[in-house]
Design a protein. Structure first.
Length: 202
């Protein structure tokens, strides 16, 4: 069995001390597992080959310089180390709809300053240029359901760091907001994503 000595995790939000503490306590009995917090351009031991796994979940589409992000991931991995990333491949229909209904003036800022979407082919090419051997890549859709319209809109506010302003949500505008729904009538967010698994060859 191969043990993971270090895990590099890139988080969309700054992890609070309590979140990091919960993770450490949950896996306290696994002596070969350690948690590190950081961003794609700054994390512990970034320039040393000490990590077995670099994992990033829905973060890299927010990074303007994706090639550099992959290069930093490559530098920190041991030979034979693995990279596993999920990233957004475009804005979802429901997110576009919400912005159009409630706050259309923020759309340009979202796509130029917060989400740096590029084609899946381009992103995979960045990964290869960084030195990785890409063993798997797949375009797909992840689906999230929300309890209510309000629940989705709160999520949108949080994930845009408050750029989407809940004060703009009025009863009149809510009547115009008709998100896709699942079989139980709950709003759904069908988000296009790209998955990549790659290796740093020995």
């Amino acid at each position: 069995m191969k043990y993971i000595k270090y895990v590099a995790c890139c988080s969309l939000f700054n992890l609070s001390f309590s979140c990091l503490q919960v993770a450490k306590e949950e896996y306290v009995n696994i002596s070969t597992l350690f948690f590190s917090e950081g961003s794609t351009d700054s994390f512990p031991d970034m320039n040393r080959e000490v990590y077995d796994l670099y994992f990033s979940n829905h973060v890299i589409h927010r990074v303007p310089n994706k090639l550099q992000a992959f290069q930093n991931a490559f530098k920190c991995l041991k030979k034979g180390g693995q990279l596993a990333v999920h990233l957004g491949a475009g804005m979802s229909i429901v997110k576009k709809h919400a912005v159009e209904v409630f706050q259309p003036e923020i759309y340009d800022k979202l796509v130029s300053e917060m989400y740096f979407y590029e084609s899946p082919e381009t992103v995979v090419d960045y990964c290869k240029k960084a030195g990785f051997n890409v063993v798997y890549s797949c375009e797909g859709t992840v689906t999230w359901s929300y309890e209510s319209k309000d629940d989705f809109l709160r999520w949108l506010c949080v994930t845009t760091h408050g750029l989407f302003d809940l004060k703009e949500v009025t009863e009149e505008k809510l009547k115009l907001f008709n998100p896709p729904q699942d079989k139980d009538g709950r709003p759904v967010n069908n988000y296009p994503e790209l998955s990549i698994i790659a290796m740093k060859d020995s």
